[in-house]
Design a protein around this ligand. Structure first.
Ligand code: CS2
Length: 496
C-alpha cells in the first residue's frame, strides 16, 4: 500500500508520464461518442474498445464509446476517476506489452441510472450499440433461443418501472428512439451465442410482442434497426491484484481498471450498419455477409474445448486452464474431440482447417502467462453447453456418426454439477439454473444412470433429439461411470 500511495493515478493529467509506446492511439476527448456498449467487463475493454480505438486512429470518426456497466459500482467509479482510461496488457511466454486505451468517452451504471441509459439508446448521435452481457442476460431459452421472461424481465416489459434487465433496457431505449423517429441503429451482440445477431433480433421482437409495443413503433424498429452477427475472440481472464501490479510496473502509474489478455484477437462482423460504423477492418476485423460459419467454428472448436478443459481440469483440482492442459493425456483427448467430433459436425468457413484451428486454440490455452481459472470458464454451464457441445452432438448424429468425445464433455459437466472434485474438495455450481439442477439431482439416485437421467430431463439444456438418443445417453453414462470410479486422471489414462 505504501508503494501504491506514492504512485500517481492513471488519468488525463498523468498521460505524459507514460512510456511513449504505452500512450493511447487517439487523444482522449478528440472524438465524440457514437457507440453505446452494454457490459463494461474485462472482455469489452480488451476487445471491442481496442479495435475501435485503432479504427479511429487509422480512419477517424466520432466513435467514442460510452460504456454501461449493469451493476458494478466499483468499476464505474474507478473509470470515472481515471477519465475513462484503462490499460490492456498483452501477455505470453514471449513477454508482455501494456498500452492505455482512449476509446471510452463516458461510463454509466445501469442499475443507478437506467433512464440515462434509455436516453443514450435514443440519442441520434449513437449509431451503434454493442453488447457483452454474457449468455444468461439475454433471457433466452438456451435450447430454443426463444425469450423466457423471468419475473424481472416480465416486470420490465409489462410495467413502467425503470428497467433492470438487458431486454428491458433495450426495448425501452428502442421505443424511445422509435417515438422520436431517430436515425437507424445497429445492435451488435458480441456474446458467445449461436447466431448471436439472429438471437438478439428474436429477443427484441419477442420482447416487443410480450410488451404489446404499439404497431407503429414496432414497425419502425423492424425497419430501422439491424442486428449484425459477430464472432468475437480473445482470452481475457478476470483481472486480479497481479494484473493491476503488472500494469503499475509497466506504466509507472496506478490503473485500477487494468486488464490482461492474450496477444491474439479476432473479430468477424456482418457488415450491416445503417448508421455507419468505425473502420474496424483497419484494426484487423473481418467484415463479411455471413459470420455463421465463423461462429460455429469458434463455439465448437474453441469454446467447447475450453469448457472440456475447464470441467475436467476443475474435477482434477487444477486451478487454471494452462495447468489443466498439463494433465497427462488431456491434450490427446481434446485433439480427438476436435478431429473426430467437431470437425465432422459442420462445414467450416472456406479455406479453414478445423483441426489446425483447434491446434491453435490449444496453444493459446497453454499460454502460461494467462491465469484463466477453470472455475471461471466453468461458470453458467447450462447456458453454454448447447452451442458449445450439444449442437456438435446433434449435427453428428444427424450425419449418422457417433459423438463419443463430445459425450465426455457432457459427462464432465454432469459430474461437475455434483459439487465435489476428485479429491473430495467442494466445487461451486454458479449457474442461473443451479436451483433446478440441484433439485433434479436431489430427487435422483446417485448412480451414473440416475444422474444422467435427471440432467438429460432438463429441457432448457438438452434438446429432445440429444436427450432421447440412446447411443448418446449410453456414451455419457459410460464416461460418467469412469469419472466416478477412476477420477479424471484414471479416465484419461484409460482412453483408447
Ligand atoms: C470462455 C470464453 O469463459 C468462457 O466460457 O470459454 O470466455 C473464452 O475465453 C472466450 O470466448 C475467448 O474468445
Amino acid at each position: 500500500m505504501a508503494v501504491s500511495a506514492a504512485v500517481a493515478r492513471l488519468g488525463l493529467a498523468s498521460l505524459r508520464r507514460l512510456p511513449v509506446d504505452a500512450r493511447p492511439l487517439v487523444r482522449p476527448g478528440t472524438a465524440d461518442t457514437g457507440i453505446v456498449h452494454l457490459g463494461l467487463g474485462a472482455f469489452h475493454r480488451a476487445h471491442q474498445a481496442v479495435y475501435t480505438e485503432q479504427a479511429m486512429a487509422a480512419a477517424g470518426g466520432d466513435w467514442g464509446i460510452v460504456g454501461v456497466a449493469p451493476r458494478s459500482r466499483d468499476l464505474v467509479e474507478v473509470l470515472a476517476a481515471q477519465d475513462h482510461l484503462f490499460s490492456v496488457t498483452s501477455t505470453s511466454a514471449q513477454g508482455c506489452a501494456t498500452r492505455v486505451v482512449g476509446a471510452l468517452t463516458g461510463v454509466r451504471r445501469a442499475a443507478a441510472d437506467p433512464d440515462a441509459v434509455v436516453a443514450l439508446l435514443a440519442d441520434p448521435a449513437i449509431r451503434v450499440v454493442t453488447l457483452t452481457v454474457t449468455e444468461k442476460a439475454y433471457a433466452l431459452d438456451p435450447v430454443t433461443g426463444r425469450l423466457r421472461p423471468d419475473d424481472e424481465v416480465a416486470a420490465d416489459l409489462r410495467t413502467d418501472r425503470p428497467p433492470r434487465t438487458v431486454p428491458g433496457l433495450l426495448l425501452r431505449g428502442l421505443v424511445a428512439r422509435a417515438t422520436a423517429q431517430g436515425p437507424p441503429l445497429a445492435l451488435v451482440s458480441c456474446d458467445n451465442l449461436p447466431a448471436n445477431g439472429r438471437r438478439l433480433r428474436g429477443m427484441v421482437e419477442q420482447a416487443m410482442a410480450y410488451a404489446d409495443t404499439p404497431e407503429r413503433l414496432a414497425g419502425w424498429i423492424a425497419d430501422c434497426v439491424t442486428f449484425p452477427g459477430t464472432m468475437v475472440d480473445r482470452i481475457v481472464p478476470a483481472s486480479t491484484d497481479q494484473t493491476i501490479a503488472a500494469a503499475r510496473d509497466a506504466l509507472g502509474v496506478e490503473d485500477r481498471a487494468a486488464v490482461a489478455a492474450e496477444p491474439y484477437r479476432q473479430w468477424v462482423i456482418e457488415d450491416v450498419f445503417p448508421g455507419g460504423r468505425p473502420a474496424w477492418e483497419k484494426a484487423g476485423a473481418v467484415l463479411t455477409d455471413d459470420a455463421g460459419p465463423w461462429e460455429s467454428l469458434k463455439l465448437r472448436a474453441l469454446n467447447g474445448v475450453h469448457s472440456a478443459a475447464a470441467y475436467l481440469g476443475a474435477l482434477a483440482g487444477r486451478e487454471t486452464i494452462a495447468d489443466a492442459l498439463e494433465l497427462p493425456h488431456l491434450t490427446t483427448v481434446l485433439r480427438r474431440l476436435v478431429a473426430e467430433d467437431v470437425a465432422a459436425s459442420f462445414d467450416p468457413p472456406d479455406g479453414v482447417s478445423v483441426v489446425e484451428y483447434g491446434e491453435e486454440a490449444l496453444a493459446r490455452f497453454a499460454n502460461p502467462a494467462i491465469h484463466h481459472r477453470t472455475l471461471q470458464v466453468a461458470l453458467d454451464g447450462s447456458q453454454k453447453l448447447p452451442q458449445r457441445v450439444l449442437h456438435t452432438i446433434a449435427d453428428l448424429r444427424a450425419r449418422g456418426r457417433s459423438a463419443r468425445w463430445a459425450a465426455l464433455v457432457v459427462a464432465a459437466w454432469m459430474r461437475f454439477t455434483l459439487g465435489y472434485a476428485d479429491d473430495g474438495a467442494a466445487l461451486p455450481l454458479a449457474d442461473p439454473l443451479a436451483g433446478r439442477i440441484r433439485a433434479a439431482l436431489d430427487a435422483a439416485p446417485r448412480t451414473p444412470t440416475g444422474v444422467a437421467d435427471a440432467l438429460f430431463a432438463l429441457r432448457e439444456v438438452f434438446p429432445a433429439e440429444v436427450a432421447g438418443d440412446a447411443e448418446v445417453r449410453a456414451d455419457v453414462i459410460a464416461w460418467l461411470t469412469d469419472l466416478e470410479r477412476h477420477g479424471v486422471a484414471g479416465t484419461l489414462t484409460g482412453v483408447r
